[in-house]
Design a protein around this ligand. Structure first.
Ligand code: SF4
Length: 328
């Protein structure tokens, strides 16, 4: 058998096995996202090599281990390679693909016309073509954009990168969850349809939801205005590492007399961050830490752009999505 099925997802272990065998790898470090760690033994059983399981985090292909110890290669499960994140050891990516597809509902097809831009996270990227076919039959034109150097597939979005966005009459996100289409909607400044091919659910993110989100973010920014002690956080994770941005942010705060601290974290969880008891933290790592999980911290959490707004350096005070295009 060449495929492993876990829940709604399948993994092409056959091709990963071939790549590892071709490069003569004898020991593998296996990195698995949290939801799939419970199936570590299922993945292990498919490989003839010695397998060591990585016990740390695996948020994305941005989160590769610093080193792989005595292993010859890393086998990273679940995500696609981020092309501009290149570690100094070999990596084989075992991408996950959703097995379940429901056709686009008539309710959607009746309401779209003209050009329809399509987007998906990697787990649903293969379903973009199925959607495109239906859209063509509906006399509309599907548009699938190429991304920047952080993106492997046309149409693919990350929670930190929407560079595949295109001009179109309608925008359709295929996948689960709300953060990606919300980020896309901010990045476009337009409404985004959401189709979940697993539950067959159709939904939309529009101005009202963006405004509600912005009210929350401006509430945080207002609290940060009063903050005196502000830490700037840099990630050790190779695909989330933005030290230059952190240093610029530190300098900006110091210029206006704030007490600034530069910190380096592997994990930016409430447990790690809140123990400093500083008023505010500006996170230069994954934007989801602030924008998706920010409520779980006692510390006021801001993105670097939000910090500029707090310091009045962004004169127009426009809120923008924090996107990562390159790491340095
Ligand atoms: S959204 Fe966060 S976890 Fe996902 S690829 Fe970007 S930095 Fe990594």
């Amino acid at each position: 058998m060449n495929r492993v099925e876990v829940g709604s997802y399948e993994f092409d272990v056959g091709s990963a096995r071939e790549k590892l065998a071709a490069s003569g790898v004898e020991k593998i470090l296996l990195q698995i996202p949290d939801g799939f760690k419970i199936k570590a033994d299922v993945f292990m059983d498919f490989f003839d090599q010695d397998v060591i399981i990585w016990g740390g985090s695996c948020y994305g292909a941005c989160d590769l281990p610093k080193d792989i110890g005595c292993a010859d290669a890393l086998l990273h499960v679940g995500h696609a390679e981020i092309p501009n994140v290149v570690p100094d050891y070999p990596v084989v990516y075992l991408e996950g693909r959703c097995r379940i597809w429901n056709d686009l509902p008539n309710e959607l097809l009746k309401r779209i016309d003209g050009k329809v831009a399509l987007y998906a996270p990697v787990q649903h990227i293969h379903q973009i073509e199925k959607a495109a076919e239906q859209i063509r039959k509906n006399n509309c034109t599907p548009i699938i954009g190429d991304g920047d150097k952080r993106i492997k597939y046309p149409g693919q979005i990350l929670g930190c990168n929407y560079s595949v966005k295109e001009d179109a009459d309608h925008h359709l996100y295929i996948g689960t969850g709300r953060f990606h289409p919300l980020g896309l909607s901010f990045s476009l400044g337009e409404e985004v349809w959401i189709f979940d091919p697993v539950t067959d659910n159709l939904d939309k993110i529009g101005e009202e939801e963006r405004d509600a989100f912005l009210r929350k973010r401006y509430g945080m920014i207002a609290q940060a205005l009063e903050s005196e002690k502000i830490m700037v956080m840099v990630s050790t994770k190779p695909g989330q590492y933005r030290e230059r941005l952190a240093k610029d942010t530190l300098a900006r705060g110091r210029e206006v007399g704030k007490n600034m601290l530069l910190t380096r974290f592997d994990e930016m969880t409430p447990k790690e961050v809140d123990q400093f008891r500083w008023d505010c933290a500006v996170c230069t790592a994954c934007p989801r830490i602030v924008l998706d999980d920010g409520d779980s911290f006692r510390t006021i959490m801001l993105t670097p752009e939000e910090f500029k707004i707090a310091l009045n350096l962004n004169e127009e005070k426009d809120w923008t999505m924090d996107e990562i295009t390159k790491v340095l």
